[in-house]
Design a protein around this ligand. Sequence first.
Ligand code: DGT
Ligand code: MG
Ligand code: MG
Ligand code: MG
Ligand code: MG
Length: 269
Amino acid sequence: MAKSKFEYVRSFEADDTCLPHCWVVVRLDGRNFHRFAEKHNFAKPNDSRALHLMTKCAQTVMEELEDVAIAYGQSDEYSFVFKPKSNWFKRRASKFMTHVASQFASSYVFYWRDYFEDQPLLYPPGFDGRVVLYPSNQTLKDYLSWRQADCHINNLYNTVYWTLIQRSGLTPTQAQERLKGTLAADKNEILFSQFSINYNNEPLMYRKGTVLIWQKVDEVTTKEVKLPAEMEGRTMAVTRTSMKPVPLHCDIIGDAFWKEHPEILEGNS
Ligand code: DGT
Ligand code: MG
Ligand code: MG
Ligand code: MG
Ligand code: MG
């Protein structure tokens, strides 16, 4: 086919190929979720419906898109890690990022009612995305550790902050004043001595966030038996094993997790 004289404009497209052999991380973050959480009456500091919905969207991304090895989410963010050997869309950063963001955002709306039965969705949420390359297993693990450490720091702060407000009647300003300059140990101590809350007993999903990894899952489905004729209309249980993105709420900063699941990093250095 003859090329039109306009064809040259194609060369204006920037090359955004991700460097080979690197882990490609796409991190999404809810746009202005401070407001979104207020408007939709999210529980403070953690709304389990919202967190489970985020994870459902992330599972959809992993199932619909190619080559995601692991994902990690907390608060209004999720990170998706594409394999170093992935050649999906020729490793174009814009393809990775926009497919993740649009699949996630449409899933958020699509599945909203399954998690927020009594709370209508009032306006369309948005998510920003960024792509970061990590050149080694160590830098990838440090990236995920950074996000989990962030989850811990924020959740400890928010847990004390909202407990002071909800149970001691402090104003937001007073709670902020009370926490100014406190270290993690001080925050644990306030929770324990003033409210008999052992922070370590708070739900793991809140303290650790959610890791999604591929695991074998047995699916039991009922199937209609087609033949022979005398058995027509009868159903039987069929067990199928398939790989699914399974949520875990565990520590990923220490070595134990990576030793237990060596397949995540296997074949990459
Ligand atoms: P951004 O990301 O710059 O567009 O602005 P935000 O407002 O999304 O800020 P960000 O992402 O730094 O912080 C997340 C906000 O989402 C934060 O204000 C608290 C809110 N949020 C996330 N998860 C929950 C939850 O489970 N419950 C409540 N009440 N709020 C939540
Ligand atoms: Mg932000
Ligand atoms: Mg946000
Ligand atoms: Mg955020
Ligand atoms: Mg097209």
